[in-house]
Design a protein around this ligand. Structure first.
Ligand code: URA
Length: 241
């Protein structure tokens, strides 16, 4: 196995940075990547590094790179619908500077925010297996979160991200049941749940733009010191997407 850790141009140490381009920890994902490299040699086709400063107070944890989005462009949530909604919302709440143009060289910079994924490589049918989620968590996510010295808040996009983030932090899932719009104070961090901003969820009305904006309005208020947990929306037991 060739696993050479890179510094991801952020100065962060091995494993906190993310997988090397040739990471072989998940054989199915490595085989899928090889297939995409043959079919689309001009694409990124490699683990997608996190984006944004390590000194940010907020990290957003997505699921996995979209095949024709982040896997093509090399930047999380860049090049597909989910990213259009995420980056527009980040801009609205002051977490970015510059104009998002769905290209990694569009000059966009994140302010006080970083984006990462529970799984670094694009999975077939956008569905990582439980073993792949665990492998990527143990090797990377669990190292990346503590590598953010000023971290105060995490937005978890979807149930898989929610569960993997909790486990990466060493907490039981029962410590914070998933629910869109819920906020949990766990281990000195405030965790915000959202349904994933995928096209499927927005097309089916599971997630509206207004619902997504509300999550980031709560994050903004929290980081600005103008809200407390008691004011955050309560968890509802039916919220499971
Ligand atoms: N792109 C990403 O990088 N992650 C997601 O979860 C979805 C799209």
């Amino acid at each position: 196995m060739t696993i050479r850790e890179s510094s991801e141009a952020t100065g962060v140490g091995a494993f906190a940075a993310g997988p090397d381009r040739e990471c072989l920890r998940c054989p199915r994902l490595a085989a899928f990547r090889a297939k995409q490299r043959t079919a689309f040699p001009e694409w990124h086709n490699a683990p997608v590094p996190s984006f944004g400063p390590l000194t940010a107070r907020l990290v957003i944890v997505g699921l996995a790179p979209g095949l024709r989005g982040a896997n093509r462009t090399g930047r999380p949530f860049t090049g597909d619908y989910a990213g259009d909604l995420l980056y527009a919302t980040l801009a609205e709440y002051g977490f970015s500077r510059g104009t998002f143009d769905a290209r990694p060289d569009d000059g966009l910079a994140l302010i006080d925010a970083r984006i990462t994924n529970a799984v670094h490589c694009a999975p077939p049918e956008n569905k990582p297996t439980p073993a792949e989620i665990k492998t990527c968590r143990d090797a990377y996510l669990a190292q990346r979160i503590p590598a953010m010295p000023k971290l105060r808040a995490i937005v978890m996009l979807g149930r898989i991200s929610h569960e993997s983030t909790l486990r990466a932090l060493g907490h039981k899932l029962s410590a914070a049941p998933f629910g869109h719009g819920a906020a949990h104070d766990v281990g000195g961090l405030r965790l915000f749940d959202s349904y994933h901003c995928s096209r499927y969820n927005t097309n089916t009305g599971v997630l509206t733009t207004a619902m997504f904006r509300d999550v980031f309005a709560n994050v903004r208020a929290y980081l600005d010191g103008s809200c407390d947990l008691a004011a955050a929306p309560a968890v509802t037991s039916a919220d499971t997407k």
